[in-house]
Ligand binder design. Structure first.
Ligand SMILES: [Zn+2]
Length: 395
């Protein structure tokens, strides 16, 4: 029997308010044994604890404040000190029941840092340009707004990482346009149990994170994201976990109309749904420009160059990572991998659910060229290593 772990999910989001129990049952029916349920602020944290109490055999609670918060209107902005303070009260109060601290991190996306009439790119050709009003700070100077935004995010991240260390807890980390700074801060603070979820950073930063023993989790939109496919190809399997980030990062993109309606609510990564997609495009373009190819062919080209550069860091571990890396290298000579036959086992493919974590496992198996059962076994063992309290749920 499969025993998958969803290492990062927002089951406390309103998207699941009416059917959380059936979403949990559907996940179990598709082999998901446990899910790390993260919060983004003190508003959804109580619901995370409620879900963990209602499904103690499945939902592992993680509390933390996300670097990006939203105005009532849905406009995203950087976290404020008083919000961090409110989260620290909750963390102190509930430390004993937590499996990890998260979702925490840094988000240096320009529309978050500068908050000024930033034009969000949209994938849908018919969608209108969205303008985001400033809400970062009273300052009219965008440079000053950026300085304050970074300072507030760094303070929140630092305080929560130090809290996690003091309580022996792992961290479940968001980084967007800030991979280098996140990894350096974690290294400086000597965090040891680290999950970098839906990582959008460069291969060089990923290599540094692997050397530090950090892990990466793979979301189901890996089936349509050359960037995440490259991440899977370059990271040793001993450093990979699976996640959904549900309801965001679905295997299929939202229809244009639904994405527009959703943009005000924002996704769990702190940006409107449309900008999340735009960011993927940016990452894909970066991969393509590094490898000198188009996004459509970037996977294989990038695999051959960066998996060899990361292979040296996994040498000497004496495990299957070397085998997986060499197989991945061999696979890089083959035509681009296709994922079209992987079918999401959920009623609405545009709303991500923990059951989709099996898709991540299938995609990783295909990219690493190893059986899916191996992927499940290794990633679940990795999850228990990073989040030791999961062992209780998986016993
Ligand atoms: Zn998230």
């Amino acid at each position: 029997m499969l025993r998958l772990v969803d290492a990062h999910v927002h089951l406390a989001y309103p998207d699941f308010a009416h059917d959380a129990a059936s979403v949990v049952e559907r996940a179990k029916a598709h082999g998901v044994a446990a899910a790390l349920c993260v919060s983004v602020n003190h508003h959804d944290a109580p619901r995370v604890l409620e879900l963990a109490a209602a499904h103690p055999e499945f939902a592992a609670p993680c509390l933390g404040i996300h670097p990006v918060q939203h105005e009532e209107s849905g406009v995203p902005r950087p976290v404020r000190p008083e919000e961090t303070a409110a989260m620290m009260v909750l963390l102190e109060k509930h430390a004993d029941v937590l499996v990890a601290v998260g979702e925490i991190g840094l988000d240096y996306s320009p529309w978050i840092l500068r908050g000024e009439d930033y034009r969000l790119k949209k994938l849908e050709p018919t969608a209108e340009i969205v303008t985001v009003e400033s809400s970062t700070a009273a300052s009219a100077d965008p440079n000053e707004r950026e300085r304050i935004a970074k300072a507030n995010q760094i303070a929140a991240f630092r305080e929560q990482v130090l809290f996690a260390k003091a309580h022996g807890l792992p961290v479940n980390v968001h980084s967007r346009n800030a991979g280098k700074y996140v990894v350096e801060m974690l290294a400086e603070l000597q965090a040891d149990k680290v999950l970098l979820h839906a990582f959008d950073g460069s291969a060089a930063v990923a290599k540094r994170a692997v050397a530090l023993g950090y892990c990466f989790s793979v979301p189901p939109n890996v089936v349509r994201s050359p960037h995440f496919q490259q991440v899977v190809a370059t990271i040793p399997i001993e450093n990979l976990l699976l996640e959904t980030d549900a309801p965001a990062l679905a295997p299929l993109p939202k229809p244009a109309a639904a994405a527009g309606a959703d943009a005000s609510a924002g996704d769990c990564c702190g940006a409107p749904a449309s900008s999340s997609q735009a960011d993927n495009v940016k990452a894909e373009e970066a991969v393509a420009s590094q490898s000198g190819s188009s996004p459509a062919t970037a996977t294989t080209t990038a695999t051959s160059s960066s998996s060899s550069s990361l292979a040296s860091s996994s040498k000497g571990k004496g495990s299957s990572s070397g085998k997986a890396s060499s197989k991945a290298s061999k696979a890089s000579a083959a035509p681009p991998l296709a994922f079209d036959d992987l079918v999401p086992p959920v009623p609405d493919p545009a709303r991500n659910e923990p059951a989709n974590v099996y898709l991540s496992a299938q995609a990783v198996a295909r990219i690493k060229n190893i059986p899916v059962e191996e992927v499940v076994r290794i990633t679940t063992a990795n999850a228990i290593r990073i989040f030791p309290k999961l062992a209780r749920l998986l016993a």
